[in-house]
Design a protein around this ligand. Structure first.
Ligand SMILES: *Cc1c(COP(=O)(O)O)cnc(C)c1O
Length: 381
């Protein structure tokens, strides 16, 4: 019998059966009072989850659209924007912002390292920036930005809107908008929330909503906060059709998150990440992200000497586990193992065991059980 496929990529992540069932429900009218009640409850839960003093926008689209929505609503053509980049997804803001006619400055780190907070502070002190973007976890490098520390520093620059891309972090890494001074936080449904792709979620604090008002009419239509505000306040109203079944699915995912407890969920992610990374190091992999800045949602693992990327990932796929390849300069030298959202102990042990079988089949590993042993000891310790 063939192994079941285990998807361990940094999104889409495994979707719980109950969440899948929500997508299989008969689609109703968006004005159906029962749906309106569900949507309203979801909006309230999401605002509480990230502790915002403003609004959350749940709109059909992906994480990339959420990035665009964040920038479009707090900047105008000719404004300065500072992009802090720890990899491919931080860099994604460059083209996005240049197309909007923004003056773009980039602070980029070497892959695997983080930009020092003092450097961001220095840059923000040089001229007036309308906004700064920080990718909480850059999926290309597995670097987790110190968003709380940056938020603390941002208090010295109240004219600048602090945007955090949480696509690979939200619901797994700690994020507290009011507490950390985050003005706009964005994510997509298919990463740590554990929902199928298709929803963009953007939280905007009071300061960001005020900035949007000051801008007057903006060129964007579908992603304009002002168009969606009346709907988020009263989902019985219409602007553009809500993704009814995905909204139900997200509501179920939020129920799962709240049942586990947000704090407990963050702790679980931290523990699983630490144990997984220890296991992978014991098997000879190197972790790209420097210590102190490692994400809890995924691991970016550089191959031991002599392991061929395609051979490794193809064999691993035969063993039943899908992982993602490296990006940029690390294509062919690294693979990316997602461990966020609904990944449980069974999944982690199986994935590490499959990695061991793969290395064994490639003639690169003989001590079967070593990685699994390290993982379990870390988890039980
Ligand atoms: C996946 C990802 C995105 C892009 O999200 P899409 O849903 O693929 O558009 C943006 N930023 C980060 C950090 C991501 O991990």
């Amino acid at each position: 019998m063939k192994n079941r496929k285990l998807v361990m990529i940094p999104g889409p992540t495994p979707v719980a059966r109950s969440t899948q069932n929500e997508m299989g429900r008969e689609t109703t009218a968006f004005g159906d009072p029962l749906f309106v009640r569900d949507f309203k409850g979801l909006i309230e839960d999401l605002k509480v989850m990230m502790n915002t003093d403003g609004e959350v926008f749940v709109v059909a689209g992906t994480g990339t659209m959420a990035m665009e929505m964040a920038v479009a609503n707090v900047t105008k053509r000719g404004d300065n924007i500072l992009l802090v980049s720890h990899g491919f997804f931080g860099d994604r803001f460059i083209d996005l912002c240049q197309r909007k006619g923004l003056n773009v400055d980039v602070l980029a780190s070497e892959w695997g390292k983080a930009v020092p907070v003092e450097e961001i502070d220095r840059k923000l002190s040089e001229k007036s920036y309308a906004a700064v973007t920080v990718t909480h976890v850059d999926t290309a490098t597995g670097v987790c930005a110190p968003v709380a520390e940056i938020g603390e520093m941002m208090r010295k620059h109240p004219e600048t809107i602090y945007i955090v891309d949480g696509v690979c972090a939200s619901a797994a890494e700690p994020e507290d908008m009011a507490g950390m001074g985050i003005d706009v936080l964005l994510t997509g449904s298919q990463k740590a929330f554990g929902v199928s792709p298709g929803l963009a979620i953007v939280w905007a604090g009071k300061k960001a909503l005020e900035r949007r008002k000051q801008l007057g009419t903006i060129p964007e239509f579908y992603i304009d906060f002002e168009k969606w505000l009346p709907i988020m306040e009263n989902p019985a109203k219409y602007f553009a059709t809500p993704a009814v079944n995905l909204i139900w699915a997200l509501k179920d995912a939020v129920r799962i998150i709240n049942e586990e407890g947000l704090k407990e969920r963050q702790d679980r992610h931290r523990k699983v990440a630490k144990a997984t990374q220890a296991a992978m190091e014991a098997l000879g992999f190197r972790i790209l992200a420097e210590e102190g800045y490692r994400a809890v949602t995924l691991s970016n693992l550089i191959y031991p000497e002599g392991v061929d990327d395609l051979e490794f990932r193809n064999t691993l796929s035969e063993e039943g586990v899908f992982v993602a390849g490296g990006l940029g300069a690390y294509a062919g030298r690294m693979f990316r193992l997602g461990h966020m959202g609904n990944i449980d102990m069974h999944d982690s042990v199986s994935a590490i065991a499959a990695i061991e079988r793969t290395l064994y089949r490639l003639g690169k590993h003989s001590e079967l059980g070593k990685g699994v042993g390290v993982f379990m000891k870390e988890m039980m310790g």
